[in-house]
Ligand binder design. Structure first.
Ligand SMILES: NC(=O)c1ccc[n+]([C@@H]2O[C@H](COP(=O)([O-])OP(=O)(O)OC[C@H]3O[C@@H](n4cnc5c(N)ncnc54)[C@H](OP(=O)(O)O)[C@@H]3O)[C@@H](O)[C@H]2O)c1
Length: 308
């Protein structure tokens, strides 16, 4: 495979360390971005404007694989109709723009498309163990993931191998969901959310980066994979683990679901949905998680944060 990788959303939480890991392994990296530069030395940045259907065709020059990470933050703003459209189209119209270019270039060299997806695909499923063959949920997040994956699959007719990683909450010292989850605990006001029994799939940032490399370099990977650690926890146990690692007390009663619904509206699905994903399929491909245990992942994150 040609060793130039085009990353969409390469400036984000996953994209930045993935870019650095690819460069360290001798790949050339192209970014497709809304900005002129990603600020990473050695990366060629190409601009696109998804709403205006504008894309720099040079982005595909010599590209052997595409990694599709671009997408409006799921939890960054309230889910108005306009925001929902942005969440979906930033993931679907974007990759369609690239596929449009590939159709025009009869000699494109893209052999693999590896795309993010989310465990939100499954919706709210209590204690059911969810494999990649489980049917999707019916809420907004599930609908988003179904549409995202369907559009990514449109590359089938263009030839490349397609991999979709249904990603759990990415844990990192560099931001993301953990910073929101641990803030009340650090303030001594931590409490489980809702029943606390909802399952929360998670993956350490180092593992999701390693997983993208694994998917890129192992041609036997094809189709969908749950990208979450085997040590899946309920919200209550997750909250207790954070408090234990931070050495903080947990004494408040759980926040009732109605309060979260009132506060977050439909977005409460992000904290109340129960998604008990299985990691068997990805482990069966020979992928070994660096962080299998939640407490080990959290300890490393807070140690790195303290070390700066
Ligand atoms: N982090 C998680 O916990 C998690 C969990 C499940 C799934 N995922 C999925 O994995 C992918 C990467 O996650 P991440 O955490 O690295 O995301 P991120 O930090 O939010 O970065 C995503 C990138 O997408 C681009 N982007 C943002 N809004 C956009 C918009 N409205 N239109 C077009 N491009 C936009 C930005 O790049 P430019 O500014 O350079 O254009 C941004 O750097 C996302 O699709 C996300 O939904 C993440």
């Amino acid at each position: 495979m040609n060793k130039t990788v085009l990353i969409t959303g390469g400036t984000g939480l996953i994209g930045m360390p993935l870019t650095k890991a690819l460069l360290a392994k001798g790949y050339s990296v192209h970014h497709l971005s809304r900005s002129k530069s990603s600020g990473i030395e050695g990366v060629k940045t190409f601009e696109w404007n998804i709403q205006e259907d504008r894309i720099d065709p040079a982005c595909l020059e010599n590209v052997g694989a595409i990694i599709h990470l671009a997408g409006e933050g799921i939890g960054s703003r309230p889910w108005t109709n306009r925001q929902k459209k942005e969440i979906i189209e930033s993931r679907t119209k974007s990759i369609k723009l690239i596929y449009g270019l590939m159709r025009e270039m009869t000699d494109h060299r893209v052999e693999a498309v590896i795309s993010a997806s989310g465990v939100g695909y499954y919706g709210n499923r209590a204690d059911e163990i969810l494999t990649e063959d489980s049917f999707p949920g019916g809420d907004f997040l599930a609908h988003t993931c179904v549409e995202w994956e369907e559009v990514v699959d449109e590359a089938e007719e263009l030839g490349p191998r397609i991999v979709k990683l249904r990603t759990g909450i990415v844990l990192s010292e560099k931001g993301g969901a953990l910073a929101k989850m641990d803030a009340p605990i650090k303030a001594g006001l931590g409490a489980p959310l809702g029943s606390g029994k909802q399952w929360m799939p998670w993956i350490h940032l180092d593992d999701i980066v390693a997983l993208y490399l694994h998917a890129l370099e192992n041609e036997q990977l094809e189709g969908t994979y749950n990208a979450s650690s085997p040590d899946i926890k309920t919200n209550e146990d997750f909250t207790k683990s954070i408090a234990k690692v931070l050495n903080k007390p947990l004494f408040l009663p759980a926040v009732p679901p109605f309060a979260l619904r009132l506060l977050l509206g439909e977005m409460c699905a992000l904290v109340l949905n129960s998604t008990r994903t299985s990691s068997d399929k990805i482990q069966g491909t020979g992928f070994n998680f660096i962080f299998e245990k939640l407490e080990d992942a959290l300890k490393t994150i807070y140690e790195r944060k303290t070390a700066g």
